[in-house]
Design a binder for this molecule. Structure first.
Ligand code: ADP
Ligand code: MG
Length: 282
């Protein structure tokens, strides 16, 4: 389990906090989705959690041990996929993975099999300098899995990928959860967060505005409306009725020639807007 307790970060030391009082936990075998628009502070938190940025205030614990005390052997247990890929451009995709695998003192996955899983088998022997942005992103993602990390950090893993590739990546992320990894997923895609996350945190302006399961968020902020499709004068019509207005609902349903009923569930995107007053796709 990873615990983040009351973390603050001020890049310039001028009292302007990029993130403030951030607390949450990520259990093994679960995916924690960190959702927020550009500039919300998602990467800042990931960088603090992985030790790239020193902790100024608060605490990050891995199985009750502070990130401040973790030794280099800890890096055998984590996998990180950065938003900006940091690959060796003059090496091939395969060479990048082989080189990286050799840095670990734990068993690693086969580089070629990993390349295959992210759709890069054909390009394995091409230099990364000839890779497209999406290919580099897939290679970075594959690299983050090579040591079968117990703690996996994924910063925007599917942004800019075509839908088919994105589905493959989603499957791989779910496999990591299934083998027991604690997955911290940072994204501004509400759809990805909705599909994958066990828990979602909405980050806005450096603070967590809401944190719960996607289902609970939808229940709490959903519209609770029923859309009734009914027939009248030979045509289909729609009518929205509040779910809690039982009198209106039963009266209408009794009298109308009902074709279909839909419950109106809010999307995470709509809920984000309602909670924070901000659009996600900034
Ligand atoms: P996100 O990943 O959600 O897009 P970031 O964590 O990158 O957000 O940034 C959060 C805030 O911190 C932004 O206002 C950004 O401008 C600021 N910030 C990020 N990195 C630095 C830095 N190295 N120095 C100063 N400010 C930074
Ligand atoms: Mg970011």
């Amino acid at each position: 389990m990873i615990q983040v307790n009351h973390v603050f970060h001020d890049y310039e030391g001028k009292g302007k906090f990029a993130v403030s009082d951030i607390s949450f936990s990520v259990e093994g075998g679960s995916i924690f989705g960190f959702l927020g628009p550009s500039g919300a502070g998602k990467s800042t938190i990931q960088n603090i959690m992985t030790g790239l940025l020193p902790i100024q205030q608060g605490e990050v614990l891995y199985e009750n041990r502070s990130v401040r005390e973790l030794k280099t052997s800890f890096f055998n247990q984590i996998g990180v996929s950065f938003e900006q890929s940091n690959l060796y451009a003059s090496l091939t995709g395969l060479e990048n993975l082989k080189y990286y695998a050799a840095l670990f003192s734990v068993p690693t996955l086969s580089p070629m099999e990993l390349l295959d899983r992210v759709g890069l088998r054909e390009d394995a022997n091409k230099r990364v300098s000839h890779y497209s942005k999406g290919m580099k992103q897939r290679l970075t993602f594959a690299r983050s899995l090579i040591n079968k990390p117990k703690f996996l950090f994924l910063d925007e893993p599917t942004s800019g990928l075509d839908p088919k590739t994105a589905v493959g990546i989603r499957e791989l992320i779910l496999e990591q959860k299934a083998r027991g990894a604690a997955v911290f997923l940072t994204t501004h895609s509400m759809e990805l967060a909705d599909v994958l996350s066990d828990t979602v945190a909405f980050l806005n302006g450096g603070v967590i505005a809401a944190c719960d399961t996607p289902e609970a968020l939808k229940r709490a902020y959903g519209k609770r409306e029923v859309r009734v499709v009914y027939r009248e004068d030979g045509k289909e019509h729609n009518r929205l009725i509040p779910m809690d207005d039982r009198a209106q609902l039963s009266e209408f349903l009794t009298a109308a020639d009902v074709v279909k009923l839909h419950s109106q569930e809010a999307t995470l995107e709509e809920i984000f807007l309602r909670v924070t007053g901000k659009e996600l796709s900034a």
